[in-house]
Design a binder for this molecule. Structure first.
Ligand code: AMP
Length: 197
């Protein structure tokens, strides 16, 4: 089963992807985490992406499609995966459809975590205050506002793309974490038998 967790920065995609990974054994494929790992390892790819990520802009489609293609060929993705922070553009979504089709697979559901922007700024500030060590270079109010703008301009159009494919389901991302997880579980329970993990 292949799922996409969809929503603006701070919506809780990573938190819910980790719960899905624990409950269903589906690996979390976070392009943000992969890019941060490349930066930490000092690779050429990391060096090319760092300034772009620090500003909160999108790295090129070719780069993220390339790292996802490589990751999908790992054995732990054989039963599917949870995509977190990918795709973020129509071109990435089309490339993902082609990659999965080439592997005899497809996206089964796209789960939108619906939240409001102002609450996302508050969430980030609370997270940084409570746990300053976890702050990322792009965790500051100005960069977050840019990331939210990029989300609405480049990424939100994907909602229509997936609605058109009949795959979009929206859950209330403002609810407490366990409630969001329960809503996602209910979505999975409603999928056709072949897609269920
Ligand atoms: P995230 O951890 O998902 O918020 O991603 C952090 C940053 O990594 C983003 O602000 C982008 O600069 C970059 N990034 C992550 N995923 C993608 C993607 N699918 N397309 C383009 N840039 C991405």
């Amino acid at each position: 089963m292949n799922l996409i967790l969809f929503g603006p920065p701070g919506a809780g995609k990573g938190t819910q992807a980790k719960i899905l990974q624990e409950e269903w054994g589906l690996p979390q494929l976070s392009t943000g985490d992969m890019l941060r790992a490349a930066i930490a390892a000092g690779t050429d790819l990391g060096k090319r992406c760092k300034a772009i990520m620090d500003r909160g802009d999108l790295v090129s489609d070719d780069i993220v499609v390339g790292i996802i293609a490589e990751r999908l060929d790992k054995p732990d993705c054989a039963m599917g995966a949870v995509f977190d922070g990918f795709p973020r553009t129509i071109a990435q979504a089309q490339a993902l459809d082609r990659m999965l089709e080439g592997r005899g697979s497809q996206i089964d559901a796209v789960i939108e975590l619906k939240v409001d922007d102002e609450a996302m700024v508050g969430r980030m500030e609370t997270r940084v205050k409570e746990n300053p060590g976890s702050a990322r270079p792009d965790d500051n109010p100005e960069t977050l506002r840019n990331r939210l703008g990029v989300y609405h301009r480049n990424t939100a159009p994907l909602l229509e793309f997936y609605r058109g494919q009949g795959k979009l389901v929206t859950v209330d991302g403002m609810a407490p974490i366990p409630q969001v997880a329960a809503a996602i579980r209910a979505v999975l329970a409603g999928l056709p038998a072949g897609a269920a993990p």
